[in-house]
Design a protein around this ligand. Structure first.
Ligand code: ATP
Ligand code: MG
Length: 182
């Protein structure tokens, strides 16, 4: 293992959600752009940047110490950020358990030497870079992404995809069962 690796915490889709995301990507009909490889599709929770081998146990303890609940994320629209020229899809609203998870990670990662992100958290799946001409807006068929685990991923910077590798994963707390009347 290298002394330092570029890393981030993320939600990684299972095969069914990945297929739905690829369908959204195809339906945007970009005129041009670099499509994100299916195996690289993800939602970043916290970008860490370079992580030293010595910091890894602290990062893993911070990730493993979260007590956030599992939840469903509804991917219901696509959009385009002109400055980074990124086309994406994401949820219109940030569910409370998602914000709780991101806040908890940012807080606990401070002790490992990572400063919290100052910008508002905007969950999204990057679909294409240097993209032009894609149709954006609400999705006719939103995708429900069951979020019950999150991962630590490394970013290789390799030219050839897949560019990311899942290193470890942690479960979220299972949905609470509602008591039934009987
Ligand atoms: P490249 O930077 O080589 O074009 P990339 O952005 O896909 O490719 P990374 O920069 O390693 O790869 O980023 C990994 C993940 O972290 C991506 O989801 C990216 O959007 C996110 N990310 C990268 N930098 C930041 C940052 N400064 N703040 C928040 N998220 C970031
Ligand atoms: Mg980048």
């Amino acid at each position: 293992m290298p002394d330092r690796q570029r890393m981030f915490l993320a939600f990684w889709p299972d095969a069914a959600v990945r297929k739905d995301l690829v369908d959204i990507q195809s339906a945007m009909h970009f005129r041009r752009g670099r499509m994100v490889h299916p195996l690289d599709l993800h939602i970043t929770l916290v970008f860490l940047g370079m992580v030293d081998t010595g910091q890894a146990p602290c990062v893993e303890a911070a990730a493993g110490g979260q007590a956030a609940n599992a939840f469903d994320l509804t991917i219901d629209h696509t959009g385009y950020w002109p400055r980074p020229r990124v086309a994406w899809c994401g949820p219109a609203e940030v569910p409370r358990p998602l914000q709780t998870l991101v806040d908890g990670l940012q807080r606990d990662l401070r002790t490992c030497g990572f400063e919290p992100e100052a910008r508002t958290y905007r969950p999204h799946v990057t679909l294409a870079r240097d993209a032009r001409g894609g149709a954006t807006g609400p999705l006719a068929s939103p995708v429900v992404w069951p979020c019950h685990r999150f991962v630590l991923a490394s970013s290789s910077g390799a030219r050839e995809p897949p560019r990311y590798e899942v290193v470890r994963e942690w479960p979220l707390r299972p949905h609470k069962m509602m008591p039934t009347d009987s």
